[in-house]
Design a protein around this ligand. Structure first.
Ligand SMILES: Nc1ncnc2c1ncn2[C@@H]1O[C@H](COP(=O)(O)OP(=O)(O)OP(=O)(O)O)[C@@H](O)[C@H]1O
Ligand SMILES: O=c1[nH]c(=O)c2[nH+]cn([C@@H]3O[C@H](COP(=O)(O)O)[C@@H](O)[C@H]3O)c2[nH]1
Ligand SMILES: NC(=O)CC[C@H](N)C(=O)O
Ligand SMILES: [Mg+2]
Length: 542
């Protein structure tokens, strides 16, 4: 049996109303989102404990929550201050639901304020690591070591707890760093247990999920696949689906998942936008058709894409045009091979969060855009998209998708592939994209890949690639003056693409890459290595 609750979720495509359907017997932890950058990270940490979790808008009412029947509720952090007139509030009825609640940072401050305690701006904010001194190691803080490091990011503090609450922990700057009303199962922490720097954060989350909420670890990759297949079948019915297949991890995983779910109602379409790496298109079509027996329609759209980018230099403009051309190519394919009602894409959560509206305006409580860059498959979509979207991986992070891929039988060589962006080499050529620059970058990129593979480094790095800059510098080769492009090496480590660090690549590997590029690629006379982490940089240069 299913319960249907209509909610406006924050990452809904074109902000349509989305029905969140949860089977009544599904155990879940609901997260109410007050605009924290980490809301989805909390969900992911909960899922790591094998309990299903979903982020919902902070306006979700107590009645809607009662229908969803979660085992526990978490209130996220957020940029607002609870005492501001326009700060976002939750439905005050939720405190009476009898469901355990954990407030994190802003979430705790809100709990305190609504239940009669006091929150004030503190003299000194606390940002970064803090030592947590434990006053009561029962329940929430069981197994969390006294003096452990927790990560803080707040300017306000709880100065008076509501009645019925007890102190669980403090730090040097924060007298109430963790509090509880054991009887009502209401808990609050000023720090962020969900971030990786909080040592013991996962223990705290496990205590909440298992000991306090009494959830059971039923959310496994098997369960995800089973449910995704059921939902795809229910959504699509007898209709036909066009899958945008790039050959990357996400869309290949989706191809296997959809193939299991709807068999030959599925048509996979690969668009050759002209920005692929050397030999990639041929390899992909062969692999899927011959080895996996999943036929792929190859669409040659090279002329259209490069034509559309003629003279365009602004990165967001490039991304918008590329997204638009992708959709035009899918529509053309639909006219020729369709019709298709549904377009399936391997969209993941990081694509969504970087492209879409994610923050709450502290003054109005409304979402405001903090767009980092429009991923072609999210921000590049037109408002009047003719297809309905099928994006079952939309809530997942890359490492979760890799597990799903493995589960549905995708071979290791694809499961472990480094990501490659849909706009391809076009966003690795800074400024205008020309055929000449594409050829140069393709040759340089091949050398990077060859040397990384030769040294067995491929699986150590999140991505390793070359970027071409549209400037030229002077060099000397064979006693001749050269005036040519530089290539930048971008090689990073990362867990999920949301943050990244530059890889400490052995000098001798860098040396060989540099020598080979300058010697073998005509038009390049200099190689640089990017040593910027994300943040403040991003992984791709555009
Ligand atoms: N050349 C292409 N042809 C068809 N669809 C594409 C192409 N490039 C990207 N897409 C679509 O856009 C989605 C997002 O691209 P993205 O690169 O994030 O994922 P991916 O290619 O599937 O995996 P990876 O991130 O590992 O490269 C893909 O899942 C796919 O649905
Ligand atoms: O399919 C995609 N379409 C895009 O428009 C896009 N932009 C960035 N990326 C990939 O996303 C990850 C994070 O990249 P950034 O740090 O550059 O935002 C990195 O792994 C990037 O390669 C994209 N993938
Ligand atoms: N990270 C947060 O949730 C911050 C909450 C609130 N804005 C503060 O500064 O205390
Ligand atoms: Mg890709």
């Amino acid at each position: 049996m299913k319960t249907a609750v209509t909610l406006l979720t924050k990452d809904a495509p074109q902000a349509q109303e989305v029905e969140v359907k949860r089977p009544l017997n599904r155990q879940m932890i609901a997260i109410l989102d007050f605009g924290s950058q980490y809301s989805e990270l909390i969900a992911r940490r909960i899922r790591e404990t094998q309990v299903y979790s979903e982020v919902l808008p902070y306006r979700t009412t107590a009645e809607q929550l009662r229908q969803l029947n979660p085992k526990g509720i978490i209130l996220s952090g957020g940029p607002s201050s609870v005492y501001d007139a326009k700060a976002p509030h939750c439905d005050p009825e939720i405190w009476q639901l009898g469901i355990p609640i954990l407030g994190v940072c802003y979430g705790m401050q809100l709990m305190v304020q609504q239940l009669g305690g006091e929150v004030q701006k503190s003299e000194r904010g606390e940002y970064g690591k803090a030592a947590l001194h434990i006053d009561d190691s029962k329940s929430l803080l069981a197994d969390v070591e006294d003096g452990t490091t927790m990560w803080m990011s707040h300017g306000d503090s709880v100065i008076k707890m509501p009645s019925g609450f007890e102190l669980l922990a403090h730090t040097a700057n924060t007298p109430c760093a963790a509090i509880a009303n054991h009887e009502k199962k209401l808990y609050g922490v000023q720090f962020h247990p969900e971030v990786v720097h909080s040592v013991g954060g996962l223990s705290l989350i496990r205590n909440f999920v298992y000991e306090i909420c009494k959830s059971e670890p039923t959310w496994t990759t098997d369960a995800f696949v089973e449910e995704a297949i059921r939902e795809i079948r229910a959504k699509v019915g007898e209709k036909r689906v066009l899958l945008a297949l790039s050959g990357g991890v996400d869309s290949s995983t989706l191809a296997f998942l959809l193939h299991k779910a709807i068999g030959d109602q599925l048509t996979c379409v690969f668009i050759d936008q002209g920005f692929m790496r050397k030999l990639e298109p041929e390899r992909l079509v062969k692999l899927f058709s011959e080895q996996f027996h999943i036929p792929v329609e190859y669409v040659n759209a090279r002329e259209r894409f490069i034509g559309a980018l003629n003279g365009v230099t602004d990165p967001e403009e490039k991304r918008r045009i590329i997204g638009h051309e992708f959709i035009k190519a899918f529509e053309k394919t639909s006219r020729e091979l369709g019709p298709f009602d549904y377009l399936a894409q391997g969209t993941l959560y990081p694509d969504v969060i970087e492209s879409a509206d994610t923050n709450v305006d502290p003054k109005t409580g409304e979402r405001v855009a903090v767009k980092i860059k429009s991923h072609h498959n999210v921000g590049g979509l037109p408002k009047d998209l003719r297809f309905k979207l099928v994006e079952p991986l939309r809530k997942l992070f890359k490492d979760e998708v890799r597990k799903v891929g493995h589960n549905v039988g995708l071979p290791l060589e694809i499961v472990q592939r480094q990501p490659f962006p849909g706009p391809g080499l076009a966003i690795r050529i800074i400024g205008e994209v020309t055929a000449e620059r594409l050829n140069i970058l393709r040759d340089a990129d091949l050398i990077v890949r060859q040397e990384i593979n030769r040294n067995d480094l491929y699986s150590k790095y999140w991505q390793a690639f070359a970027v071409l800059l549209p400037i030229r510098s002077v060099g000397v080769m064979g006693d001749q003056r050269t005036y040519a492009y530089p290539i930048v090496l971008r090689i990073v480590t990362s867990e999920d693409g949301m943050t990244a660090d530059w890889a400490r690549v052995p000098y001798d590997v860098l040396e060989v890459i540099s020598n080979r590029i300058v010697n073998e690629v005509k038009g390049v006379n200099r190689v640089a290595f990017d040593i910027t982490s994300k943040p403040p940089g991003t992984i791709e240069w555009e």
